[in-house]
Design a protein around this ligand. Structure first.
Ligand SMILES: Nc1nc2c(c(=O)[nH]1)N[C@H]1C(S)=C(S)[C@@H](COP(=O)(O)O)O[C@H]1N2
Ligand SMILES: [Mo]
Length: 558
């Protein structure tokens, strides 16, 4: 309708418009002024809606790509739920019943829409006023996402992206709107009696409408993609949350008394899932539906075997604490974690397939194309390499390989711990190459014996007197025999070593040292149960894992 009127204005209306101010300058101007102003504000509100709406939808899409569980909108919603006083919460539930979540999302959409429209109106009136609204809006999203338990670095980037895209789109649309307004003959300044302004105005108008419409259409596409992705994530998320893990066939070996040393700054013996380090090559966390998941065993085998999830869950499960580490973990680094893994021994599955003589490697493949090459022996010996379904009593988190991953005690993750695993190819090292091998990492990756000082932290100050040092040490599959510290390169002093849960986990240790004021350099060294000390010489992480003693500098104050 509006479009048609505009079309006429372009051709014949020009004269009329110019006529107005010329014929009745006094009575018409005061009435006409607020109208274009109001109309401009309406268009600006539309620009705000389209800019912010596009940004929010793009944020939902980006979040859906990096993590199946984190969405800025639901994070803000969650924060709202957490912040609302109990009385209000009960009132909302009593009014909306089970539709309370829908009501919340609906309410949030209204608030977002109102703020978006406001940002447009403010921006058209005063440069950066609307930008400021969006910036505050982004900051609220950022705080909400950061405060969520499952927030990751990628997820934290999303609200920032939303704010930046929203601001950029708003500025762009408002600039186009202002260009139209400036060229519009209705504006007194542009009403000069030459021919060009009306044509120019029509052109500027069309530019603005095209930008607005084009962006809105783009937002529509993004919205459809985001909701498709969300829908798929919600389905798999739902399957995961309703999954009942089987109990282990034999109880998990108990944690020995005293294995966990309680010391401020020393992390827990068993790493919570949300704090567990995470390494993957995939840009987005794969979303694998367990109801369609299968694992194929192929290659040099007597018979190919295919396993589905229900069959796997029905197998007698083993549960073990195992400390896994990344080959990229620097000396003293935190790319290491200890969890309780529930799974079926891989050797049972391989036995069903029957590896042929001459095979020495299993190439495990993930849905995302990642592959790891594991010595066949490590998967068939008694070390309990597992096809894991549970982590610390929960189904595997999406980020850690849901529904099924491999965990092999004693080997770095890149040669063993394939997440979202779907294929095991029995093969030879001479015939197949895993993902990281041609990228500068060694073919085999046994974890190197190492140790870490967690307290006091490097560079921190402490008070003179008894200073308690504490940390962890690991030599998976061999076990730690002793841990020693030395101060300023003096003699090694043996630390108190807590019992490990098993040889495949890290051990905690502590050592109280009497220190007078001054600057100290303290180093740690672990020795295996077999009496082999960790390597002193520093080596970088590539190609096969870092070596050297973790060294901290501590300032002891009086
Ligand atoms: N599919 C897949 N599996 C993978 C990886 C990967 O990039 N993709 N990274 C590996 C590496 S290098 C390590 S150290 C461990 C990390 O496991 P986590 O992310 O559960 O801590 O997973 C391994 N499994
Ligand atoms: Mo790794």
């Amino acid at each position: 309708m509006d479009e048609t009127r505009a079309g006429h204005g372009q051709h014949g209306g020009k004269v009329q418009v110019q006529q107005g101010p010329a014929q009745q300058p006094q009575p018409r101007q005061p009435r006409q002024r607020p109208r274009p102003q109001r109309r401009r504000d309406l268009w600006a509100a539309g620009a705000g809606l389209v800019a912010v709406g596009t940004a929010v939808l793009l944020g939902e899409l980006a979040a859906g790509l990096v993590s199946p569980t984190v969405s800025p909108v639901t994070a803000v919603g969650g924060a709202v739920i957490d912040a609302v006083p109990p009385g209000v919460k009960e009132w909302v539930i009593s009014v909306f019943g089970t539709a309370d979540k829908v009501a919340l999302l609906g309410g949030m959409s209204l608030v977002i829409a109102a703020l978006a429209a406001l940002s447009g109106v403010l921006e058209v009136r005063r440069r950066f006023a609307g930008v400021a609204v969006i910036a505050v809006f982004g900051a609220v999203g950022l705080v909400a996402v950061v405060s969520r338990a499952d927030a990751t670095a990628n997820a934290i980037a999303v609200p920032v992206l939303v704010a930046l895209v929203g601001i950029a789109l708003l500025r762009w649309l408002i600039r186009k709107l202002l260009a139209w307004q400036a060229a519009a003959p209705a504006a007194p300044a542009a009403a000069a009696p030459d021919e060009s302004p009306a044509g120019e105005a029509a052109l500027a108008r069309r530019r603005f409408l095209l930008a607005l419409g084009g962006t809105a259409a783009g937002a529509g596409v993004v919205g459809v993609l985001a909701s498709t992705l969300r829908g798929a994530a919600a389905v798999v998320s739902d399957v995961r949350s309703r999954l009942a893990l089987p109990a282990a066939a034999a109880p998990v070996p108990p944690i020995p008394a005293g294995a966990e040393i309680r010391l401020d700054g020393l992390g827990p013996l068993v790493t919570p899932n949300k704090d567990f380090y995470r390494i993957d090559t995939a840009l987005r966390v794969p979303l694998v539906d367990p109801t369609t998941w299968t694992l194929k065993v192929a290659g040099m085998v007597e018979r190919e075997v295919e396993l589905d999830f229900a069959t796997l869950l029905a197998k007698p499960m083993t549960e073990r604490h195992v400390t896994i580490a990344c080959v990229s973990n620097e000396v003293g680094g935190d790319l290491i974690g200890n969890a309780r893994w529930l799974g079926w021994p891989v050797r049972e599955l391989l036995a069903m397939a029957g590896p042929k003589p001459g095979a020495d490697m299993v190439l495990s493949r993930s849905t995302d194309g990642f592959t790891a090459g594991t010595p066949l022996e490590a998967l068939t010996d008694s070390r309990d390499a597992l096809l894991v379904v549970g982590m610390n009593g929960e189904p595997l988190p999406f980020e850690h390989g849901f529904p099924v991953r491999l965990i092999v005690p004693g080997l770095y993750g890149y040669v063993s711990a394939t997440k979202w695993v779907t294929e095991l190819k029995v093969t030879r090292y001479s015939d197949d190459v895993a993902y990281w091998t041609p990228r500068g990492w060694s073919e085999r990756g046994p974890i190197k014996t190492s140790s870490r000082i967690d307290v006091p932290q490097d560079g921190h100050g402490v008070t003179a007197g008894i200073v308690v040092f504490g940390g962890v040490a690991w030599a998976q599959h061999t076990g730690i025999g002793k841990v020693e510290l030395r101060v300023n390169r003096g003699g090694w002093q043996q630390a108190e070593l807590a019992p490990g849960i098993s040889k495949d986990t890290w051990y905690q240790w502590k050592l109280p040292l009497a220190l007078t004021p001054g600057q100290y350099e303290v180093q740690v060294r672990a020795t295996t149960l077999d009496g082999v000390p960790q390597v002193e010489e520093s080596a970088p992480v590539a190609p096969s894992g870092a070596t050297g003693f973790h060294t901290v500098r501590v300032m002891v104050n009086s």
